[in-house]
Design a binder for this molecule. Structure first.
Ligand SMILES: [Zn+2]
Ligand SMILES: [Zn+2]
Length: 267
């Protein structure tokens, strides 16, 4: 039996060990991917702690990793959109295409979704079997690196749904982003790309995260831990305004009628 190397944990919160495991085959309608890059995010941590019901249902041992990109090495029966050698990015939600949510063009909340790294073995391995490839997998433009592509499938798609589909952000609007880790900074970038004159108010407890948000083009950033607001000259607020009231004002405004509030977080 052909084998490959993969990172595996056999107990929740236990050691993660690289070991030889059976090499998967290309599933019907899918492809076999040689993994070139795989991101890690907090959902991986939750899964490893035993807090993810999909992983609990799958059972141990388990190989995590849901933010992956790589090269197609084999096509499954019925897969038509790809060729061996293609560079591809895999979203962490593999939608079915036929449920109620897919019919509404809401594939990220597909009722029958599969997820590498949660419902099936993931990307911390040499190879991953990716089902439903024609519908879900994307070809990578040559100028996009494997590392960059691996960052797209989880945080960017999640933030996109919040900002564009749930938030329905329009030109000229102001959006507050509370928490500027990978997900929040993706929301900042998407909001700024969404239309003209969009203003982003970024809030985090880390100065580094606040500065990153400003670097990406946020209109204003609040360090909620220090009670300091960064770059006050860029907004109509004054530095003397107490930070908590400014943040409360922003949050309160977002939940008034005609304002929209989206809370993100997979687990
Ligand atoms: Zn993730
Ligand atoms: Zn579906």
């Amino acid at each position: 039996m052909a084998t490959m190397r993969a990172a595996v944990y056999t107990t929740f919160s236990g050691p993660i060990i690289v070991q030889e495991v059976p090499k998967p085959t290309a599933p019907v309608g899918g492809l076999l991917l040689r993994v070139k890059a795989c991101g890690v995010c907090r959902s991986d941590y939750h899964g490893w702690k035993g807090l993810d019901s999909d992983i609990v249902t799958h059972g141990l041992p388990f190989t995590p990793g849901h933010e992956l990109s790589g090269v197609v090495v084999k096509l499954g029966l019925g897969t038509t959109k790809f060729q061996v050698g293609d560079r591809v990015a895999v979203p962490f939600i593999l939608s079915c295409g036929s449920c109620r949510q897919c019919a509404r063009n809401r594939p990220t909340i597909c009722e029958a979704q599969g997820q590498p790294g949660f419902t099936m073995p993931g990307g911390f391995a040499e190879f991953v079997a990716v089902p439903r490839a024609d519908r879900n997998v994307s070809l990578m433009p040559p100028k996009v690196s494997f590392l960059q592509a691996a960052a797209l499938g989880c945080r960017l798609t999640t933030a996109y749904r919040a900002v564009m589909q749930q938030g329905r952000l329009q030109s000229g609007e102001t959006v507050g982003v509370f928490g500027c880790g990978g997900l929040g900074l993706s929301a900042v970038m998407i909001a700024l790309a969404a239309g003209d004159n969009v203003r982003v108010l970024a809030v985090d407890t880390s100065e580094e995260a606040c500065n990153k948000a400003l670097e990406l083009g946020a209109w204003h950033a609040f360090n909620a831990k220090e009670g300091a607001s960064l770059a006050p000259a860029r907004v109509g607020m004054t530095q003397s305004e107490p930070m908590p009231s400014a943040v409360n004002r922003a949050a309160g405004r977002s939940t008034r009628p005609k304002r929209r509030f989206a809370s993100l977080g997979r687990r």
